[in-house]
Ligand binder design. Sequence first.
Ligand SMILES: *Cc1c(COP(=O)(O)O)cnc(C)c1O
Length: 382
Amino acid sequence: MTPFLDLKAINAAHRSDLLAAFERVLDSGWYVMGQELQAFEAEYAAWCGAAHCVGVGNGLEALTLVLRAWGIGPGDEVIVPANTYIATWLAVTHVGATPVPVEPDERSFNIDPALIEAAITPRTRALLPVHLYGRPAEMAPILDSARRHGLRVLEDGAQAHGALYRGQRLGAHGDAVAWSFYPGKNLGALGDGGAITTNDAALAERLRVLRNYGSRVKYRNEAIGWNSRLDELQAALLRCKLPALEAENQHRAAVAHQYLQGLQGLQHCGLMLPQLPAEATSSSAWHLFVVRHPERDRLATALAGAGVGTVIHYPQAPHLQPAYAGLGLAAGTLPISERLHAQVLSLPIGPTQTAAQTEAVVAALRAAVGAPARPRHDAVTA
Ligand SMILES: *Cc1c(COP(=O)(O)O)cnc(C)c1O
């Protein structure tokens, strides 16, 4: 059996630390906006190589609060990837602005930098690239476009904790990065959580006010704020898991390389594998390992029959969701994204997945696409 993601096993590896952290918070008598949050913010900012970290309630609110802090609202446009989790678009909609989708580069699944300039209008205020599936977006050309047109860059890092772009962890390549600590992310809490990292001290200060009722001093409200805080318990639990994140990501990378080796050369069977980032100094956080096949649904059924869990990220593009019917983007308007949504399949990957479990996925997938079984001596030892 290879489950898609074994959250229980992932957190069991931290069990005694998590229990100690729970007791520490319980006994402190202080549950919101305290020392655990402050300590986590300092530790996560340092880990990401960013000057500031502001903890918030979840990833969607991290994105939304940054757009609001920049004063983006009705009449403004924000450029988003056509293929992403819908939260990226929702943040733009929640501040009253319009998401303007740009198609991906099929090789990376990420927003195609070459298509961004054509989508920029006088109303464009920001670019919102997503590091989809853990692979860093092409930040250099994205930042070039932003500088040329005087736009801000907000990165959606929800799937990419620890990914490297040109030798540096994500965290401050753009003007701000929004993070999610939803349980299934590479750095996952035991509930909802989120944060923003940035090198911009004024932005960090504004976010601290906005997340807390628009208040710096209790009962004095200077802005129309939210209640969006990373609570003490989740901050304490995340502090237990952060020191292991690099090793957990390296384990994910080993799983990915076992897949890449075991499934290579099957283009003639219709199987397309994810590509590695182009630059030697960049690397994916391997949040997801996503393959493509014209008969994706048949493969998912065959794998389920062999005891292998898979998930589709995502079955429907945001512009075709009922929620976005109002944008009037009919089927066929974003063909690359639509084709990807019809073909992608996420294989199991995680920090506790064993080499034998990965090998079982390779064998089941090879059989499903009609490829010969691998000779025994090929079986990987990782
Ligand atoms: C998970 C996710 C989010 C939203 O994070 P939440 O904490 O669940 O609100 C945003 N963008 C992407 C790409 C995500 O994967």
